[in-house]
Design a protein around this ligand. Structure first.
Ligand SMILES: Nc1ncnc2c1ncn2[C@@H]1O[C@H](COP(=O)(O)OP(=O)(O)OP(=O)(O)O)[C@@H](O)[C@H]1O
Length: 299
């Protein structure tokens, strides 16, 4: 563990009847970052999140927060927004938020101030005295988000936080996540939306078939995958005499070691005017697909 590690996952194993959901999973989440927890369906992400939140126990391995094994008392340091939302439908929004805040140790006065502040931020102040069942799905999700962050946890675990939101509200939530990060909150984001990972995450871990298959900062992971892939731009010659060039540039993706890349470069120099040849920086989505499919073939 390095000094700036907030969450340290060590050798977690978890089996359900007849199925191994986590196999020797270890990684660290650096403090003050947005950390993506990625993986195809059934990879083991929810199982891992539930272990961190002490909803279920691991068969073996440990979870350390701030360098210490997480005790039930310290669970307040974590805020967890599960994928399946759970509010009391008959309860009034304001009362519900105060209830959750008090449950997590806030004084009544502090809880009231923060509740008002957050309802204002999410344009929900006029809904404070309504019952949850009267809210739209998106509004209820904003209330649940508020319930998760009110007690200002050190670690915020968000499972698909953007699902069900229109683009305006999704953007509002995204901005609040970045604001919380700026204030020092560490955020673990589990999502299948790779564009969210691309725009928010500093580092990531990817699980596949119950194992950790990728871990590191986003630039490091991208650098690892950009090796052996190049982007080449060229303007094709319109005839064998090479007198005229096409006006529409062409782009090709070249994969292979240095020798193959060189051969391909020579090939395109013959075909046209090469305007650029550089390592291809893959998107997180490309990396995800490549990793998930290569592991599938290996299995
Ligand atoms: N309570 C349970 N009993 C038995 N098997 C379970 C249980 N919970 C999860 N599993 C199995 O463990 C594996 C991992 O499930 P998990 O929910 O952790 O995956 P996930 O990565 O969160 O998937 P998704 O992206 O689809 O939500 C799956 O094969 C799942 O069927």
């Amino acid at each position: 563990m390095t000094s700036d590690t907030l969450l340290d996952i060590q050798h977690l194993h978890k089996g359900y009847q007849g199925h191994q959901a986590l196999q020797d999973v270890s990684f660290q989440v650096p403090e003050g970052t947005v950390f993506g927890l990625l993986g195809p369906n059934g990879a083991g992400k929810t199982t891992l999140i539930r272990i961190i939140n002490q909803i279920i126990t691991a068969d073996s391995g440990r979870v350390l927060l701030e360098g210490r094994v997480l005790s039930p008392k310290e669970i307040r340091k974590i805020g967890y927004l599960p994928e399946e939302r759970g509010l009391y439908k008959k309860m009034v929004v304001k009362e519900q938020l105060l209830f959750f805040a008090r449950l997590r140790g806030l004084s009544s006065a502090e809880a009231k101030i923060r509740t008002k502040d957050w309802l204002e931020r999410f344009n929900l102040l006029s809904w404070a005295d309504k019952k949850v069942e009267e809210l739209s799905k998106g509004m209820a999700q904003k209330v649940q988000f508020i319930a998760t962050v009110l007690h200002e946890p050190r670690l915020l675990i968000l499972d698909e936080p953007f699902s069900g939101f229109d683009p305006v509200n999704a953007d509002l939530v995204l901005k609040e996540i970045l604001r919380l990060k700026k204030q020092g909150t560490t955020i673990m984001l589990s999502t299948h939306r790779m564009e969210s990972v691309e725009s928010l995450c500093d580092a990531l871990a990817m699980l596949h078939r119950s194992r950790l298959v990728l871990h590191g900062t986003v630039p490091d992971v991208k650098a690892r995958f950009s090796q052996k892939t190049y982007t080449l731009d060229y303007l094709p010659y319109l005839s064998d005499s090479r007198e005229h060039l096409a006006t529409t540039p062409q782009q090709v993706l070249i994969q292979g070691d240095a020798r193959e890349a060189n051969a391909q470069l020579s090939h395109y120099i013959e075909k046209g005017l090469v305007t650029s040849f550089q390592p291809h920086v893959p998107t997180i989505e490309e990396i995800f697909i490549q990793q998930a499919s290569s592991q599938q073939h290996d299995a």
